[in-house]
Design a protein around this ligand. Structure first.
Ligand code: ASP
Length: 332
């Protein structure tokens, strides 16, 4: 009899904890967020990921009524920040700004990745995409993409190509470009394309592919020259700059997509609050016009729901697994 009583007590205790737990979680969820939220950005301050994240965070914070703190955790193509984020408490107070590299390509570039993009994270909402520009210093001898590609083919590994590290979107796009034009560059990794762009302007490296939001002020300021864009169509903010797909490389498109991911186990109520706040921001024309005026060309509003964003992340993993394999890149 004692045994049975003990079992019943244990069951009752278990149920009590479950109820209390559920009650406690719903209390916490019901007034989420009741303190500042942290977004981990896995690249250096001043790069395109940092810039887009801070712009979106500022507007979403207004809707949440709480501040959003951007915490830059750079290194290893963004995978250090992803690893840190994957281990945070799934309570909605630490989120991750994931992107094409950390959430799609990384599993095929790193043998010992310390996180799984799909198992350790849940998608919350997708940011606007940013196309990329092929950038050289304004006094570079190259006047067109064709001239640059010809020089790269004739002098394998002579031209230095700045990236934000293995697996970053600037690296993936550069590998994709090198394989497409059948040329070899010497890749120079940085903790973000912010510091890489400083070296490009300083003449320490020859070329970069970086996102249009950070390329725009440097091109408009006459410090850099955009030889081409990786978008489907030309961008009014880059007058006279052709796209690669219209001229040298039909079908060559590259853009960096981003989004907010939460550690797996984050309550769905929290995810709904975050997504609703972002949808309100996207409904604000002054916000979306501000993004477009900064060279952020594509707004993926249709991808805001976690379902489509999760499907998109999976399809991107399959795409970059193929591109990485076809480019002959071996995981490190
Ligand atoms: N997003 C950029 C990349 O992946 C890096 C950065 O934002 O600094 O290349």
């Amino acid at each position: 009899m004692v045994g049975l009583t003990k079992v019943i007590l244990r069951l009752a205790a278990g149920v009590a904890v479950a109820v209390a737990g559920a009650g406690a979680v719903s209390a916490a969820e019901s007034n989420y967020p009741n303190r500042a939220v942290t977004w981990i950005v896995p690249f250096a301050v001043g790069g395109p990921t940092d810039a887009v994240a801070r712009t979106v965070a500022q507007r979403v914070a207004t809707e949440l009524g709480q501040s959003i703190i951007v915490d830059n955790v750079p290194g290893a193509g963004g995978t250090l920040g992803a690893t840190r984020a994957a281990r945070t408490k799934p309570d909605g107070y630490t989120l991750f700004v994931g992107h094409i590299g950390t959430m799609a390509a990384a599993p095929y570039l790193f043998n010992a990745l310390n996180y799984d993009p799909l198992r350790d994270f849940v998608p919350v909402f997708r940011f606007p995409d940013t196309p990329m520009a092929l950038l050289v210093r304004s006094d570079s001898p190259f006047k067109t993409a064709s001239e640059l590609f010809e020089a790269a083919r004739k002098n394998p590994e002579k031209l230095t190509f700045g990236t934000a590290g293995v697996g970053s979107s600037s690296h993936l796009a550069a590998e994709h470009l090198a394989a497409t034009i059948k040329a070899k560059f010497t890749f120079v990794p940085y903790k973000g394309t912010g510091p890489a762009m400083t070296d490009l302007m300083g003449g320490q490296i020859d070329v970069m592919l970086d996102q249009t939001n950070v390329a725009l002020p440097q091109v408009q300021g006459g410090r850099l020259k955009a030889l081409a864009l990786t978008s489907q169509s030309r961008m009014p903010l880059f007058p006279g700059v052709p796209t690669l797909t219209e001229r040298e490389l039909p079908g060559f498109l590259a853009s960096t997509w981003y989004g907010i991911y939460a550690p797996a186990g984050t309550p769905s109520v929290v995810i709904d609050v975050l997504r609703e706040a972002y949808l309100k921001a996207l409904a604000d024309k002054s916000f979306t016009d501000g993004l477009k005026n900064n060279g952020i060309d594509v707004l993926a509003a249709d991808q805001v729901k976690p379902g489509p964003f999760g499907d998109f992340t999976r399809s991107e993993q399959a795409k970059w697994q193929r591109v990485i394999r076809d480019a002959g890149i071996t995981p490190q």
